[in-house]
Design a protein around this ligand. Structure first.
Ligand code: ADP
Ligand code: MG
Length: 305
């Protein structure tokens, strides 16, 4: 029996609730063999577009009060978690298998002195005119940035996860063979001050959060499922080459040569390297569509010590 952390990227969730429900049927089908073999499973998922939609809905509504970003993240964990639970329960029913599955609304600790707070980088929410953007900077203390010629948006920090507040609940559920969905969207970012926790407006990268989860629950292997079947070097060039196995040392060389794009593949590589270095266990980056093969070890890029 092994323990796995499985991280689902944006392509597992689609663009709206209906699409999400449909796509997750495939996810459930792909994960099912591991469930049947009675492995321990934690599922982490992204929430970029989903939390954006929730945030926007509150911003545009005239009849509801504004909702802080951390609360929007909590809502996204709830509704995505519901869809994943439902899809996996239905897949198990098809095979007449019963295991409990639940979602943990998860807070993730970050350091308020994380350098990321000095350089916010993640655009969130709606677009504003320059005039309105300046007004928000003055009145709300937001940091605003021009986003690719489309207008001004609020930008928030993306600090590194340092601990998972609900880790004992997650471990207890796992020890009872329950399947757990946790740290959705990278978790709800909280800081600690004199023993108290406070939610803050920030986004934690879900790749880093899943690596932290894998380390904390003692996973035997971390699987990051995304839109490409492998990690490539010289990606999108005629010299493109898929990697099937790669060591930390080799990756350090590739990092120097900038083979991985910031904001997409780079955080996955860095997160996997952190897990492999901390534990000596492997991490795999693979395509969601080939997830079944990735679990068998016949597809994807395996990162080794
Ligand atoms: P997710 O939602 O799963 O986090 P991302 O879009 O953030 O997905 O990251 C996956 C994307 O990274 C791939 O679809 C691919 O376009 C891009 N990418 C950038 N550099 C590479 C690379 N060297 N090898 C493979 N994919 C890469
Ligand atoms: Mg991503």
């Amino acid at each position: 029996m092994s323990r796995y952390v499985i991280s689902l990227g944006g392509n597992a969730l689609g663009n709206n609730a209906e699409e999400q429900k449909k796509l997750l049927q495939y996810v459930a089908h792909a994960i099912y063999p591991l469930i049947e073999m009675n492995h321990d499973i934690v599922i982490v998922h992204g929430n970029g577009p989903q939390v954006g939609m929730i945030n926007l809905a509150f911003q545009e509504s005239r009849s509801t009060p504004l909702m802080p970003f951390a609360e929007c993240g909590a809502m996204s964990q709830g509704y995505i978690g519901y869809h994943i639970q439902n899809a996996i329960q239905n897949e198990m029913s098809k095979h007449h298998i019963k295991r409990s599955i639940s979602t943990i609304v998860t807070q993730v600790l970050v350091d308020e002195n994380d350098p990321a707070f000095k350089h916010p980088s993640k655009p969130i929410g709606q677009f504003y005119s320059k005039e309105d953007a300046l007004k928000l900077e003055k009145e709300q203390g937001y940091q605003m940035m021009e986003d690719a010629g489309r207008g001004y948006r609020r930008i928030i920090a993306s600090p590194k996860p340092i601990d998972i507040i609900e880790k004992e609940s997650i471990k207890t559920l796992l020890s009872h063979k329950e399947i757990v969905i946790a740290a959705g969207g990278g978790g709800i970012p909280v800081i600690e001050k004199e023993g108290y926790l406070y939610g803050i407006d920030a986004v934690i990268d879900k790749d880093f959060a899943s690596a932290k989860m894998a380390e904390i629950v003692g996973a035997d292997e971390l699987f990051i499922l995304t839109a490409v079947d492998h990690v490539f070097i010289n990606y999108n060039t005629p010299e493109q080459k898929a990697l099937s196995h790669v060591t930390i040392k080799e990756l350090e060389e590739y990092l120097k040569e900038s083979h991985f794009k910031k904001g997409s593949m780079l955080p996955k590589i860095e997160a996997c390297m952190a897990f492999v270095k901390a534990t000596g266990r492997p991490a795999v980056i693979a395509g969601l569509e080939k997830a079944i093969d990735a679990f068998k070890g016949t597809c994807g890029t395996k990162i080794l010590p």
